[in-house]
Design a protein around this ligand. Structure first.
Ligand code: UTP
Length: 229
C-alpha cells in the first residue's frame, strides 16, 4: 500500500513532557517492518509539546503569528531529524524542507521524512499535500487518541468514538475548534481542502501501541475512517 504516515507530536513525549527516545525506537521498528512488507510510505512528524513550548517562548518576546509558526516548524524539524536517526539507515538523512525537494526525491528507495513546510498550517496539512504530490490515496494519521469522537474525549469521559465519518462531518468538527500557532487541533482547514480536492481517505488511529499501525495498514478496521463525500 502507498500512503502517508503522519506521526502526531503528542506520541513522542513522555508524561514529563520530555522527548521519549524509547517511543521513537518503537515507532521506527514498526516503520522498518512496514518497509519489509513492501509498503511505500512518506513520513510526516509533528512537533508536539516542544512546538507548544517554543511558541509560548516566542509569545513572551512579542513574536508575530508567522514567527510563532516558524518556531513550531523548527520543533517539527527536531522531531523529524530524531526519527530519521532512529530509522537509520533506511531514511533519507535530513528532513525534506520544501515541496521541490519532495518532488525531486519522491522516487528514492529511502523513506522521506518531513516536519513543517511553511507558516499558517499544521503538519496535517503537510501530510495532506505530500499525499497529493506522491499520489497516495491514504493518509494514516497516528495520534494519542483512538480516533475522532463525537466530543472532546479529554474533557468528556462519555465521548463516543466514531468509526466512520464523512469529510463534511469532519469539517464541522474542525471548524468548531481554535486554529492558532502551536495548536491546530485534530486537523486544519487547509489540510481538509487538500484532502477533498485530491480524494484522499484519512484514517485516524491511536499510536499506542505503535503496532496499531501494522493492524491499520493490514486492513483491520481500527480507529476512525473519514470517507470522501
Ligand atoms: P504540528 O503539526 O506538530 O502542530 O506543528 P500540532 O497541531 O501541535 O500537532 P501535533 O500534535 O504535533 O500533531 C507544530 C506547529 O508548527 C507550526 C504551527 O504553528 C503548528 O502548530 N507549523 C507546522 C507551521 O506553521 N507550518 C507547518 O507546515 C507545520
Amino acid at each position: 500500500m502507498k500512503f502517508v504516515l503522519k506521526i502526531g507530536g503528542s506520541l513522542l513525549f513522555d508524561s514529563e513532557q520530555k522527548l521519549n527516545m524509547d517511543q521513537f525506537n518503537r515507532i521506527a521498528d514498526v516503520i522498518q517492518q512496514l518497509k519489509r512488507e513492501n509498503h511505500e510510505l512518506v513520513l510526516v512528524v509533528g512537533g508536539g509539546v516542544l512546538a507548544k513550548k517554543l511558541v509560548q517562548k516566542g509569545k513572551t518576546l512579542g513574536a508575530n503569528r508567522e514567527a510563532l509558526d516558524q518556531l513550531g516548524i523548527a520543533a517539527t524539524w527536531v522531531c523529524a531529524q530524531l526519527m530519521i536517526t532512529a530509522l537509520e539507515p533506511i531514511a533519507y538523512p535530513t528532513p525534506i524542507m520544501t515541496e521541490d525537494q519532495l518532488i525531486c526525491l519522491k522516487d528514492t528507495e529511502k523513506i522521506l521524512v518531513l516536519g513543517g513546510l511553511h507558516p499558517g498550517q499544521s503538519t496535517n496539512a503537510v501530510a495532506a499535500r505530500v499525499a497529493e504530490v506522491i499520489q497516495a490515496k491514504i493518509l494514516l494519521n497516528v495520534t494519542d487518541v483512538e480516533g475522532v469522537y463525537d466530543r472532546d474525549p479529554k474533557q468528556s469521559p462519555e465521548a463516543k468514538l466514531l468509526t466512520e465519518i464523512t469529510l463534511t462531518k469532519l469539517r464541522e468538527v474542525v471548524s468548531s475548534l481554535a486554529n492558532e500557532p502551536g495548536a491546530y487541533p485534530l486537523f486544519d482547514n487547509r489540510a481538509l481542502d487538500i484532502i477533498e480536492r485530491a480524494g484522499i481517505e484519512i484514517w485516524f488511529i491511536n499510536g499506542n501501541p505503535p503496532q496499531n499501525m501494522l493492524q491499520a495498514v493490514n486492513n483491520r478496521k481500527i480507529g476512525t475512517r473519514v470517507i470522501i463525500s
